[in-house]
Design a binder for this molecule. Structure first.
Ligand code: ATP
Length: 588
């Protein structure tokens, strides 16, 4: 497939907002592609060159891209910057400057270079991503400049956006899965499962294109290939949990730390975060504890890494653990914040896939293979059918420094549901002295300058929920409370790298922010309740015509959810669910 044809498809997709139409276009595109093109196309649709866990980043940073554009088009860097300020999109800037260049060269060019196809453009992007070491920045800029100079029109626009790691077409993973299933006549659930157990859409797409459904069935859970995490629904009361779980359930402490999926193979351990990024190098002590404490040649286990107070062995808040994430002082952090891993699941042991086995069987296996120590233990667990007992367990969990409890189904027919949020796991968290029984993880899309003491500085943020049906970020509230003096300095500084001159196209907002950000950073907030509001766009007209959902009295909890990507933020559908259960609670 020529890159121009691919770009035309992307332009068409850009014009649509309905999921069905977009899926049809993608299906048509996959049908027209050669077998070897399906993988690169899948990655490029996500603005990537590899699955997240490989850590191969394209995001070149605005400055580098501007330099490449200048180099490729002969425009001055000032001109590029000026255009960026007015157009708000480096893809458009490159496209515009290329047009000019082509026009001035028209009379002199007699030969046209051969048009690139998607595979060759993908390989160039991959080369850029793989360039490292001394002089890497310059090399990357030159490679990108060369690519830009060989492309035209929409091709340049999209390739430059890919280089910036932000393709801006708002196609969710799920939409690509649907299109792949339709294009290759495969069962959607099979494609989805393959994706959920490999976290690699390009790989799944290629297997499907080459070997069809049969190929998909051969994909197995395998150490080294992270699975998408199983996720929980939330409940308002313990009674509700027992209702959903059929009267009896297992309860575990819900630890306040960082989720980890640990894989052992070839005598080594790799750690993956909740958003499937490799975090092995941040936790050498966790790796060591797992190597020592688990008696199996190969395994995949899941747990929560918590920070402990070195003197007392007591758990410390999540923020303390986040200090560990600063890559450079791992050694120092090891002393200051020793970590303990609380294991709560096992997905694979020595050739046996445990994901289809029920909770109790997995728990038993975990008990069998783990030798507890100061740095490794199983999550505290109990099984009960009584609300009173569950309540006591919850109180204990809170006083031990946990966020609440997790209920897990004992249904023998239910296994580990990779990539699914469902009622097989239910979280029940401490009430943060507010009416909303859970925190919300919202995406920062804009900022507002403060007044008074905060004049001239960003003092509030526009926050949005994720809408997976069309890939948009729909606003829910403005938050300006809960920030410490340090937050007021550090957060705007951290957000600066995501600042863009205009509203990001995937942001759906009626409000005009003073500054706009790429939807990347996820902020945790609490609020008094959800209300209907005509100024916010989340779940717009879903509950009442002309109104969206908004958070009343939102407050920042002090936690930036760097373990979540923007597409893992609270979704619009979750808000609708929360609104409905809030209504039910009021009626009771
Ligand atoms: P939250 O913001 O509440 O942590 P989340 O969206 O990250 O939610 P959920 O699936 O909704 O994830 O809640 C479960 C999370 O709680 C897990 O991702 C995990 O990090 C954490 N956790 C702590 N203890 C446990 C446990 N015993 N079993 C499962 N998950 C646990």
């Amino acid at each position: 497939m020529k890159i121009s044809e691919f770009a035309t498809f992307l332009e068409e997709i850009d014009k649509r907002s309905g999921r069905i139409e977009i899926t049809q276009l993608l299906t048509e595109m996959f049908r027209r592609a050669q077998k070897n093109e399906v993988k690169p196309i899948s990655y490029m649709l996500l603005g990537k060159v590899a699955p997240d866990f490989e850590g191969l980043e394209l995001g070149l940073g605005d400055k580098m891209i501007m330099k490449a554009i200048a180099l490729a088009t002969g425009a001055s860097l000032e001109k590029v910057k000026e255009l960026y300020d007015s157009l708000g999109d480096l893809g458009l800037v490159a496209e515009k400057l290329r047009e000019k260049r082509a026009a001035t060269l028209l009379d002199f060019t007699t030969t046209k270079t051969q048009e690139r196809d998607v595979v060759s453009v993908f390989n160039e992007l991959l080369k850029i991503a793989n360039t490292s070491g001394e002089g890497a920045q310059d090399t990357k800029i030159k490679l990108l400049a060369k690519l830009i100079s060989e492309l035209n029109g929409a091709e340049v626009r999209y390739v430059v956006r890919m280089a910036s790691g932000d393709i801006r077409i708002g196609v969710a993973d799920q939409t690509i899965i649907d299109a792949l299933a339709a294009a290759f006549s495969a069962n959607e659930e099979l494609v989805e499962r393959a994706y959920n157990i490999t976290s690699d859409l390009g790989f799944v797409a290629e297997v499907l294109a080459i070997s069809g459904e049969e190929g998909l069935k051969q994909i197995k859970v395998q150490p080294g290939r992270p699975l998408k995490p199983m996720l929980a629904e939330r409940a308002q009361s313990l009674q509700e949990i027992f209702e959903k779980m059929g009267g009896k359930a297992a309860f575990e402490y819900k630890y306040d730390g960082e989720r980890v999926q640990a894989h052992k193979y070839d005598s080594r351990v790799e750690l993956f975060s909740r958003r499937i990024e490799r975090i092995t190098s941040h936790y050498p002590d966790v790796v060591e504890a797992l190597l020592k404490g688990i008696s199996a040649q190969s395994f995949i286990v899941e747990g929560e890494i918590v920070a402990v107070e070195p003197e007392t062995g007591e758990m410390m808040p999540f923020q303390e653990l986040m200090h560990r994430r600063r890559k450079y002082d791992v050694e120092e952090a090891l002393q200051k914040y020793p970590a303990k891993t609380m294991l709560f699941d096992v997905l694979y042991v020595d050739g046996v896939d445990y994901t289809s086995k029920p909770y109790l069987e997995r728990r038993k296996k975990l008990e069998e293979i783990v030798q507890e120590s100061d740095s490794l233990a199983l999550s505290t667990m109990m099984i009960t059918q009584e609300v009173g007992e569950a309540q006591r367990f919850f109180d204990e969990a809170i006083s031990a420094g946990c966020e609440g409890i997790m209920a897990k189904t004992l249904d023998p027919a239910v296994g580990y549901r990779a990539g699914n949020r469902g009622w097989a796991w239910i979280k029940y968290k401490r009430d943060y002295k507010s009416e909303l029984t859970d925190t919300l993880d919202l995406v920062v899309v804009g900022g507002f300058y403060g007044r008074g003491k905060r004049a001239g500085k960003i003092g509030g943020y526009l926050l949005a929920a994720y809408n997976p049906s069309n890939g948009s970020f729909d606003t829910v509230c403005k938050v300006a409370t809960g920030f410490s003096d340090e937050d007021l300095v550090e957060i705007p500084k951290m957000l600066e790298q995501y600042r863009i001159p205009q509203k990001h196209p995937s942001v759906n907002s009626k409000l005009n922010a003073d500054v706009w950000y790429k939807p990347v950073v996820v902020m945790e907030i609490v609020g008094a309740e959800l209300t209907l509001s005509p100024t916010h766009t989340a779940a717009f007209s879903k509950i009442r015509e002309g109104s969206g959902l908004a958070v009343r009295f939102p407050r920042f909890t002090g936690r930036i959810r760097s373990d979540k990507s923007a597409t893992e933020a609270t979704t619009v559908d979750e808000l609708v669910e929360m609104y409905k259960s809030q209504l039910k609670k009021v009626q009771e």
